[in-house]
Design a protein around this ligand. Sequence first.
Ligand code: TEU
Ligand code: CA
Length: 556
Amino acid sequence: MTEQWFKDSVVYQVYPMSFQDSNGDGIGDLPGITSRLEYIKKLGADVIWLNPIYVSPNKDNGYDIADYEAINPTYGTMADFDNLLEKAHELGLKIVMDLVVNHTSDQHKWFQESRKSKDNPYSDYYIWRDPVDGHEPNNWVAAFGGSVWEYDEGRGQYYLHMYAPSQPDLNWTNPKLREAVYSMQRFWLDKSVDGFRMDVINEISKPDGLPNMTGEVTAGTTQDFIADGPHLGEYLSEMNEKVLSKYDIMTVGEMPGVTTEDAIEYTGLKSNELNMVFEFEHVGLTNNPDTRLGRWNDVPVKLTDLKHALNRWQIALDGKGWNSLYWNNHDQPRAVSRFGNDSDEFRVRSAKALGTTLHFLQGTPYVFEGEELGMTNGHFTRVDQYEDVESVNVYKEMVEDKKIVDGPTMLKYLANMSRDNARTPMQWDASENAGFTTATPWYAVNPNHKEINVQANLEDPDSVFYHYQKLIKIRHESETIRRGTFEALDEDDDQVYAYRRHGEDGTYLIMTNFTDQTVTRDYQQADASELVISNYQDDQGTTLRPYESKVYRFAK
Ligand code: TEU
Ligand code: CA
């Protein structure tokens, strides 16, 4: 692998709970993942990102960690993990772990000690404040609803939690806490883990003094308010200098609310504390007139908004930083349902079109489990179909507590945007539970697994899977796609997303019709040396049929 192998890689995200059960308890596990490594290799991915597998009470599906250096027994043992890592490396696959160090579970030993008193070794591992006039110390709103402050009777103080009350935020101003995190990182890196995805890492430095916010205070505006705090660069530099720089690894920072300027600062070719970031601009697009609802809406994303967001990041980081390229993950609805068309008529075509549109951009592409099959949202209709803490809480908050919307309206918004859409089990075949488990699955399998599954995809040469496999192969073989520059085209065109990439093996023209209408666009494709890939069987030149997406190469 080259020195900056992260730039040449495609990452496959595995959500362990939902990927493959091996011991018949209805929950995905590590041996299950190991049994499917050949499948991930066949797709052509280079790296696997595992969502958290550590000991956790699972209040937020593992993003509430109670022991950073032990495997959640639900997923298996440390020996199972070592076996997974060894088998992955034998196949030439790298494993990136999920590092959640903005907060822990309230069941973590550190928090149990910290809440006992104000003068023990762990007292300042978290962010404690006295009541102000008998109330919460400030007006910030937590991502999963309510105040970010929870009162602890034992200690007689409030503690800060940007997420659920069961997820107390760590105090990064405390050098002892930072050293404890670095020690834990070495534990995993010394096992030859290949890097970290860092959960909300731009939230670890809070605004000095934790001041009240002004203006509209929502979960979303609070997240933006605390993003990229005053000491973030200092902490990331220290982490890089003390730990990350000593290993040949990949690091990606999940940074809600990050700006292109900050992304360049943290991933810049100079500083390179981190290799890349997950920005949220394109997945946060909402045309909701009522800003109190934040991301909860069912208004289709406007193509021009999507192009402006993605193009801005391409142009801003070109030659200065590095983009993560993604349509979805475990926190986002499924791509073909959110950004494409998941109807029976257009789903396959549209899923391929989205894959092409993303995989020719500059950056490291991420494929979320099942995206390569064109898996869809759950199209839930009842509130009891939701299990995610965020979805359950926000329904109660918006419908019952604040009465901002009625139940049926909020159910439409949840159906469109809930994280649960991404967490239905991986669809391996058309059998009862899609080959995911022989037991009752922890979460219901999408009934459309009868048609949408790995087996059907592998048996169909024209499937979404083989399209993604080809996209990854083209990237591996093209220096221009891996490292070339980006040129935006017609940014205000509200039907077609077109752009060019320029590099060693010529110029690539990427054109995708995001509509169910036939349109025409002429970018001199008649002069191209070759048609590199298309989601149609033939090429009609300047004509772009519904969801037609094709790429031409113009030799140098
Ligand atoms: O997500 C951070 C984050 O911003 C989420 O709140 C997400 O954007 C939101 O749920 C979308 O509605 C990370 C993890 O990816 C997520 O799974 C965790 O719940 C969260 O942090 C807390 O660890
Ligand atoms: Ca299991």
